[in-house]
Design a protein around this ligand. Structure first.
Ligand code: PEP
Ligand code: MG
Length: 403
């Protein structure tokens, strides 16, 4: 029923205006799925390899498409993803490109769901998925800089976290209100701001003023909506770390690794942060472990560049107590099966999963379904902008359909 009849690949635009890979998968019974690869800017050193889209498409047409067409069933995601690995033959998808792999993997999952007539979250989550389970809380990027905007904050993302929201929809709307409140506060202070790659405000303020602004915005909106809104960070600390000098650079200020751990722990307590992603460099398992030991009982310490959705790096992190949550980005590892394996390993060991977009995105909504299917605690997918609201609006629809 779900045997693959054709796989078409093309270049389309992502939200930064760069070309990316889009895949169409058609089954013999007429099931259809389409998906496009996102793309990071603050990419981790250990991520699967993204090839230039033209090259990724040519290689996938040569090696992957012949293995899939006529032999693999789109409804069996493990078989699809095993065929992609076999076609590639490397550890990091450097032959066909993780961008081709993830586009095909996600498109096949949608074609499988289409044949079944099931929503994608149900196809991925399985028939015994508990309909009563809670939904992921959306983390909304409201102020940011780093690699996502020039002349803005050093910390890459300040994330609104509406942890007390009674529903997904109210959480999504609250994040949009925090984004708007930030704009009002910036205007009151006479600070002009453009937006960064993910739609967050990117003012030329130092990080301490950004904390002040985001704290005020979340408090204001929490009071108006009547539920708790905390906030969190993606420090993206690998981008701040100067490995030669062994220090983190915040403009002219620098912090040693020990000072960085202290600084992060102080921020958690000063602002009651709900979430801290990549507080340390991607090679610093020890620093992650120390910080998790100090504040992991009251916040999530999340590994993005540290784990890159990779079960081997995650296993080491579990052994060493580095982090109590993992960021899940399917394109970091290349297939949905690999992403699922990372979620399962994390959850079996008591870590939270946080499903995430990339800074370069498309209208693709697969991650909204993935977050619900895996019972992820949080989903990080921006606040405003069409490629971000595509996922947020899909979450609202899923929540309506799933009850
Ligand atoms: C979404 C992120 O940014 P990018 O896609 O640029 O890695 C991130 O670092 O979590
Ligand atoms: Mg990150």
């Amino acid at each position: 029923m779900t045997r693959i009849e054709s796989v078409s690949l093309r270049r389309v635009l992502d939200s930064r205006g760069n070309p990316t890979v889009e895949a169409d998968v058609l089954t013999e019974s007429g099931g259809f799925g389409r998906a496009a690869a996102p793309s990071g800017a603050s990419t981790g050193e250990y991520e699967a390899i993204e090839l230039p889209p033209k090259e990724a498409i040519a290689k996938a047409r040569e090696h992957a498409v012949p293995r899939l067409v006529g032999s693999v069933h789109a409804g069996n995601q493990r078989d699809v993803d095993a065929a992609l690995h076999a076609a590639d033959g490397t550890e990091d998808f450097s032959e066909i490109g993780a961008n081709s792999a993830v586009a095909i993997s996600m498109a096949a999952s949608k074609a499988g769901a289409d044949v079944l007539g099931a929503p994608l979250f149900q196809h991925l989550g399985g028939t015994f998925r508990d309909a009563d389970r809670t939904f992921p809380v959306p983390l909304g990027n409201v102020v940011g800089g780093g690699e996502h905007a020039a002349d803005a904050t050093h910390i890459q993302e300040f994330l609104s976290a509406p942890v007390g929201a009674p529903s997904v929809a109210e959480a999504v709307f609250a994040n949009a209100e925090v984004h708007a409140a930030v704009a009002d506060i910036l205007a009151d202070r006479g600070i002009p701001a453009a937006k960064g790659d993910e739609g967050a405000w990117a003012p030329a303020v130092d990080d301490s003023e950004a904390f002040d602004i985001v704290e005020e915005a979340t408090e204001r909106v929490a009071e108006a909506v009547g539920f708790e809104i905390k906030f969190g960070l993606d420090v993206a600390a690998s981008e701040l770390y100067d490995a030669d000098a062994g220090v983190y650079r915040y403009g002219d200020d620098e912090r040693t690794p020990d000072e960085q751990v202290d600084y992060m722990a102080e921020l958690v307590d000063e602002y009651d942060l709900a979430y801290v992603e990549d507080p340390l460099d991607e090679d610093d398992y020890d620093g992650f472990a120390e910080l998790t030991e100090r504040v992991g009982d009251r916040t999530l310490i999340c590994g993005d560049d540290l784990f890159v959705t990779n079960v081997e790096r995650l296993s080491r992190g579990i052994d060493e107590g580095a982090a109590n949550s993992i960021l899940i980005k399917p394109n970091q590892i290349g297939t949905l099966s690999d992403a699922f394996d990372a979620v399962e390993l994390a959850q079996r060991n008591g870590l939270d999963a946080v499903v995430s977009h990339r800074s370069g995105e498309t209208e693709d909504t697969t991650i909204a379904h993935l977050a619900v299917a895996t019972d992820a605690s949080f989903i990080k997918t921006g606040t405003v902008g069409g490629e971000r609201t595509a996922k947020l609006n899909e979450l609202i629809r899923i929540a309506e359909e799933a009850v």
